[in-house]
Design a protein. Structure first.
Length: 79
Protein backbone atom coordinates (compact mmCIF):
# COMPACT_ATOMS: atom_id res chain seq x y z
CA UNK A 1 0.00 0.00 0.00
CA UNK A 2 1.35 3.40 -0.98
CA UNK A 3 0.84 6.54 1.08
CA UNK A 4 1.63 10.16 0.37
CA UNK A 5 2.73 12.82 2.81
CA UNK A 6 4.29 16.27 2.71
CA UNK A 7 7.81 16.97 3.95
CA UNK A 8 8.94 20.14 5.70
CA UNK A 9 9.21 22.00 2.36
CA UNK A 10 5.74 20.95 1.22
CA UNK A 11 7.04 18.35 -1.26
CA UNK A 12 5.09 15.13 -1.66
CA UNK A 13 6.69 11.95 -0.36
CA UNK A 14 5.42 8.59 -1.59
CA UNK A 15 6.27 5.72 0.74
CA UNK A 16 5.32 2.08 0.79
CA UNK A 17 4.62 -0.18 3.75
CA UNK A 18 7.93 -1.98 3.19
CA UNK A 19 9.87 1.26 3.52
CA UNK A 20 8.05 1.99 6.76
CA UNK A 21 8.79 -1.52 8.03
CA UNK A 22 12.50 -1.11 7.16
CA UNK A 23 12.63 2.09 9.16
CA UNK A 24 11.03 0.35 12.13
CA UNK A 25 13.46 -2.59 12.02
CA UNK A 26 16.63 -0.50 11.83
CA UNK A 27 18.73 -0.62 14.97
CA UNK A 28 18.68 2.64 16.86
CA UNK A 29 21.94 4.21 18.00
CA UNK A 30 20.64 4.41 21.55
CA UNK A 31 20.08 0.63 21.53
CA UNK A 32 23.61 -0.06 20.29
CA UNK A 33 25.15 2.23 22.90
CA UNK A 34 23.10 0.90 25.81
CA UNK A 35 25.02 -0.60 28.72
CA UNK A 36 23.50 -4.04 28.12
CA UNK A 37 24.61 -4.02 24.48
CA UNK A 38 28.13 -2.85 25.33
CA UNK A 39 28.37 -5.43 28.12
CA UNK A 40 27.36 -8.33 25.87
CA UNK A 41 29.80 -7.16 23.17
CA UNK A 42 32.66 -7.00 25.67
CA UNK A 43 31.80 -10.45 27.02
CA UNK A 44 31.88 -11.91 23.48
CA UNK A 45 35.23 -10.23 22.81
CA UNK A 46 36.63 -11.52 26.09
CA UNK A 47 35.54 -15.06 25.24
CA UNK A 48 37.14 -14.78 21.79
CA UNK A 49 40.44 -13.60 23.28
CA UNK A 50 40.48 -16.31 25.94
CA UNK A 51 39.68 -18.97 23.34
CA UNK A 52 42.56 -17.75 21.15
CA UNK A 53 44.94 -17.88 24.12
CA UNK A 54 43.84 -21.42 25.00
CA UNK A 55 44.31 -22.51 21.38
CA UNK A 56 47.79 -20.95 21.31
CA UNK A 57 48.69 -22.65 24.61
CA UNK A 58 48.52 -26.02 22.87
CA UNK A 59 51.86 -25.30 21.23
CA UNK A 60 54.83 -25.67 23.48
CA UNK A 61 57.25 -22.75 23.56
CA UNK A 62 60.61 -23.92 22.25
CA UNK A 63 63.15 -21.11 21.98
CA UNK A 64 65.51 -23.31 19.94
CA UNK A 65 62.99 -23.25 17.08
CA UNK A 66 63.25 -19.47 16.79
CA UNK A 67 67.07 -19.25 16.90
CA UNK A 68 69.08 -19.08 13.71
CA UNK A 69 70.88 -22.42 13.22
CA UNK A 70 68.97 -23.86 16.18
CA UNK A 71 69.01 -27.19 14.33
CA UNK A 72 72.38 -27.24 12.55
CA UNK A 73 71.90 -30.67 10.95
CA UNK A 74 68.42 -29.97 9.63
CA UNK A 75 68.22 -30.70 5.92
CA UNK A 76 71.53 -32.55 5.72
CA UNK A 77 71.51 -36.14 4.50
CA UNK A 78 71.94 -38.73 7.20
CA UNK A 79 75.09 -40.79 7.04
Amino acid sequence: QETSSLDINGNANDTTETENENENTQVKTADVLSLDSIRSTLIRQEETIIFAIIERAQYRCNSRVYKKDGFPNLGLPIG
